[in-house]
Design a protein around this ligand. Sequence first.
Ligand code: C2E
Ligand code: CA
Ligand code: CA
Ligand code: CA
Length: 277
Amino acid sequence: AKKAGRNRLAEFAPEMTLHIQRRLRLERELRRALETGGLEVFYQPQFDCASERMVGAEALLRWRHPEHGFISPAEFIPVAEDSGLIVALGQWVLEQACREAAQWRGLCGLELSVAVNVSVRQLREKDFLDVVIRTLEATGLPAGQLELEVTESVLMEDVQSAVQFMREARAIGVRLSIDDFGTGYSSLAYLQSFPINQLKIDRGFIESLPGDGTTIVNAVISLARDFQLSVVAEGVENREQLAWLQRAGCTYAQGYLLGKPMPADALRQTMRAHTVA
Ligand code: C2E
Ligand code: CA
Ligand code: CA
Ligand code: CA
């Protein structure tokens, strides 16, 4: 058994080393990108289901690597989380997003909100609420137009600090969503103690509408109604899905059908067109 174990290790070691080396390199390059300007925030519009009017946008981080082109956040966010770099990165996104959203009212006359993704590492920072407050003050964005998206798994990882942060954030008027709702092992019992405003249904369920997804999506919508929360469907890609969500009474929709994540100036143009129309 000992021999087999050693052989197996020998087999996997080079692969493992490569994996670790790649992550270390990614981390180094990501740190440099944050310092030298290789990062950009894209914005994906969100719409009211019933009226199909724009209500806001989600801020999504983009990394343009000098050699490899765009690297997906699905790849580099986990690296940033492991290394702790996500705290600085998340702070940078928050500031960009608030500064951008503070200008939207002047552009289209509407009070559009901006949604920013928050990682568990940020929630655990003692001064995160202060960071949020200072960012709102510095950018002039009203607290009610900032929405923080926290994933279900993040909430369950550290319930105590999550609840405390959420209470304080709500008290200053910031809005809170549970992201990827339905994919984790939560949280029905916790829905009562989390002071949230909104559930965001994961794309995986929307994908199979109308079909396998209908039972779960209907359940989430009626759960949200009982708890007086709004619901966002993410990953809406076709008319059929949108029509189904409208009939089911979903509050908001986001997805390629209505608008892809785009650079800030492209969203501004969409906004202008939207208001004229
Ligand atoms: P998420 O928060 O669930 O974001 C939704 C993802 O779905 C985005 O991927 C978006 O581009 C994609 N998407 C939106 N509509 C559609 C659609 O109709 N069809 C399909 N196939 N996809 C759609 P993206 O931008 O690659 O981001 C991936 C994940 O990375 C995000 O998932 C989020 O968890 C994380 N992320 C992105 N930016 C940040 C950030 O600033 N901070 C943190 N902590 N995480 C971030
Ligand atoms: Ca919203
Ligand atoms: Ca999100
Ligand atoms: Ca998702």
